[in-house]
Design a protein around this ligand. Structure first.
Ligand SMILES: [Ca+2]
Ligand SMILES: [Ca+2]
Length: 229
């Protein structure tokens, strides 16, 4: 087939012309594409917003709760498998153990609980130990907290000196905190040594276990006050 065969009807001429346009235009389009994307990203400058910026945190909570009844010296392992979307950062993880020993009529002989974490699966956080008495008033037990993003509070603030890019680099969990958070609690039951006739002897305690992970999406906007300048 020579060139004459390709152009011997008007239809073939159109097809050939279309093919040539396509072959020429296609590489030009793809050569231009990266610079078109770069231009789009650089619309607000390569560092994003700057000036007086308002920084806030849109929070998402992930929780796990369970309850367990333990006798004296008995232990329970609690597992919190934390999977968070990669777009979000983890602010902090908290473990709260609640208990209220009301098994004795009078004061004293209050049960207590010990806890220790096993975070060998989690990078960048240290294990903790804690203990607490099962006193009344809703304060019985203990709380452990780990800041996965250093210094995380979740409070909004305005920033004058950092660009949007710098702020996003500052508030970041660095991919840490995903995996199995494990803690073991052990009960210490205190019973009245000489039980009062007709009253049951205290031999256990109920524990409420509550894991909470607070993750966030960073919201950065231009401060309203800066538009008045
Ligand atoms: Ca007790
Ligand atoms: Ca008890």
């Amino acid at each position: 087939m020579d060139f004459q065969d390709l152009v011997d009807t008007p239809q073939k001429v159109k097809t050939l012309a279309g093919t040539v346009v396509f072959l020429v235009a296609f590489p030009i389009y793809f050569e231009a594409l990266p610079s078109l994307i770069d231009d789009g990203l650089e619309g607000g400058g390569s560092s994003g917003l700057s000036g007086s910026l308002q920084v806030s945190f849109e929070e998402v909570s992930t929780t796990l709760t369970e309850s367990v009844t333990l006798g004296d010296g008995q232990s329970h392992d609690s597992f919190f498998d934390l999977m968070i979307e990669t777009e979000l950062s983890i602010g902090y993880v908290q473990l709260q153990i609640s208990c209220f020993d009301n098994d004795e009529a009078g004061p004293g002989f209050t049960d207590s609980v010990d806890g220790e974490s096993d975070l060998s699966d989690i990078e960048g956080v240290d294990d903790q130990t804690a203990d607490g008495a099962c006193t009344g008033g809703g304060n019985g037990g203990f709380t452990m907290r780990w800041d996965v993003t250093e210094g995380y509070t979740g409070e909004s603030y305005s920033e004058q000196n950092m660009t949007e890019k710098e702020i996003r680099e500052f508030w970041n969990d660095g991919g840490r905190g995903r995996g199995a958070w494990i803690a073991t609690i052990t009960a210490d039951i205190e019973a009245v040594p000489v039980p009062i006739a007709g009253e049951a002897i205290d031999d256990d305690e109920d524990f409420d276990i509550s894991w909470t992970a607070v993750s966030y999406d960073l919201i950065i906007g231009v401060s309203e006050s800066s538009t008045q300048d």
